[in-house]
Ligand binder design. Structure first.
Ligand code: SF4
Ligand code: SF4
Length: 472
């Protein structure tokens, strides 16, 4: 009989486990939740502008991240950040396997909390399995209903917290609860609520196994030196396989002598696994390297007096008796690209100018002949003050002899903190002075009232039609 192409999901009921990796995971979870939920409420005095520490102001086309204000034109930083994330993921995966999945991924963190709620309302693994098998009755209805309700509440808070990053959090929160927030705020919250509920409550490990692209390609970053969660098969099985613990086999020497392995086949490592696999079958792509099976097996080993580490973080090479080398060419390459990209991004942020000027020559028409015989070119100037202080500039030109600069903003360009202005400047010159139909010149923006501040210089071009170059 051929195998069916579809197999229904076998529900997973992970058992609670205590241990150092569980503690580490809980600490990371608390930190991540604390940062995610509280950050929009953190106030930050940056002199001007909003007082929210992290604010993604789409309408104002700028992101506030503590003292850093990122404008739309700084979008290449985002590209740099994406490269850094990608390289960091490659580097860490090559070195330590899927630690991102096991400890930091949102899917893992949120599923973990949903499991905690499930355990709290429905009980430990056996009770949950029994409840799932039982027919619908009042007890099942209440426990399932309460679980779903709390999941929904966590999902709603998750969606709401995400939305608060995109507006003034206290004000937006009040608008949300009084029904006065923009439609986009409700739509975003509803979308995040639904996706959180589905991913962490219903799909769970299936998100990692079937949907996540990283789970599929992470294998190519692994090599025999990569740190993985692995079962020491040689020690666990020996020649005669697993055994039931007995007094005669308590000493390692007697187990070695009898050829039996250290695994007592208790199944604890399988019961705690959030993706429902048996690590003793070897490396599997479903494994998210959460290390809970290490905690489980260490607990068992400690309780029967065997050395811990039957399941442990190790590498294929070490399992074969060799020694891992974390300094492979591949890892050094990832680390180098990572360091260069981080350095370039920091350098770009640190050396960003306080003001940004763009000058565009108006080309419709490129030049106009005035009644006094002069030729006029027009320019559109955009001036952006990226600082939290007001700035004043005086505009002049250099490199165009006897030319006249005509602009409303010429003598005192006032720039409010974090504001930009756009204006036109006209330059008029007698055509025969130009000498050529294209003359390079500079706009010079001289700072007023600021000692040691450097002038901002912007290069441009003055155009005179060929037939106007000669003196009439
Ligand atoms: S096999 Fe172990 S490390 Fe892998 S997902 Fe299961 S419990 Fe986590
Ligand atoms: S927890 Fe350890 S002893 Fe128990 S089945 Fe798993 S590997 Fe064997």
């Amino acid at each position: 009989m051929s195998k069916p192409s579809f197999e229904a999901r076998v529900p997973i009921y992970p058992r609670t486990v205590k241990g150092r990796f569980r503690k580490l995971k809980t600490a990371i979870l608390l930190l991540a939740y604390g940062v995610y939920f509280l950050l929009p409420w953190l106030r930050w005095d940056r002199g001007s502008g909003p007082d929210q520490a992290v604010l993604f102001d789409l309408a104002g086309r700028r992101f506030y991240i503590f003292d850093l204000v990122v404008y739309a034109q700084d979008i290449f930083w985002l590209a740099g950040l994406l490269v850094i994330f990608a390289m960091l993921l490659f580097f860490v995966t090559g070195l330590a396997g899927r630690v991102w999945c096991g400890y930091f991924c949102f899917q893992t963190l949120w599923s973990d909390v949903f499991y905690m709620v499930e355990r709290w309302i429905q009980g430990e693994r056996n009770k949950r399995m029994k409840l799932a098998r039982s027919p619908w009755n009042a007890n099942k209805l209440i426990r399932y209903g309460l679980t779903w309700l709390i999941w929904l509440l966590i999902s709603l808070l998750t969606g709401l917290a995400f939305t608060l990053y995109w507006g003034d959090a206290p004000e937006l929160f009040m608008q949300m609860i009084t029904g006065k927030a923009p439609f986009a705020a409700y739509a975003t919250t509803a979308f995040l609520t639904a996706t959180t509920y589905v991913m962490a409550g219903l799909a769970r490990e299936q998100t990692c196994t079937y949907m996540c692209p990283y789970a599929r390609f992470q294998g190519v970053m692994f090599d025999s030196d990569t740190l993985i969660v692995a079962y020491d098969e040689k020690r666990g099985e020996r020649e005669k396989g697993r055994h039931k613990p007995s007094k005669q086999l308590l000493q390692r020497e007697s187990r070695v002598e009898n050829g039996v392995g250290d695994c007592i086949d208790c199944g604890f490592c399988v019961q705690v696994c959030p993706v429902g696999i048996d690590i003793r079958k070897g490396q599997q792509y479903e494994c998210i390297s959460c290390a809970l099976c290490i905690d489980a097996c260490d607990t068992i080993m400690d309780s029967i007096g065997y050395p811990s580490g039957l399941i442990r973080y190790t590498s294929e090479k070490e399992l074969e008796g060799g020694k891992s080398n974390p300094y492979s060419l591949k890892n050094i390459g990832y680390a180098a690209v990572l360091a260069i990209t981080i350095g370039a991004l920091i350098w770009s942020i640190m050396t960003r100018s306080d003001v940004e000027v763009s000058v565009r020559q108006i080309r419709q028409p490129l030049s106009v002949l005035l009644s006094d015989g002069r030729v006029q070119n027009r320019y559109e100037i955009k001036f952006n003050n990226k600082t939290s202080k007001p700035r004043h500039y005086r505009l002049s030109i250099r490199g165009l002899p006897e030319a006249e600069l005509d602009s409303h903003w010429k003598d005192d360009i006032k720039l409010n903190p974090e504001h930009s202005i756009k204006f036109q400047a006209r330059i008029k010159q007698k055509p025969y002075i130009a000498g050529s139909n294209r003359t390079d010149f500079d706009f010079v923006f001289t700072p007023m009232g600021e000692e040691n501040a450097e002038a901002v210089i912007h290069h441009s071009m003055f155009y005179v039609p060929d037939n106007k170059l000669k003196k009439n």
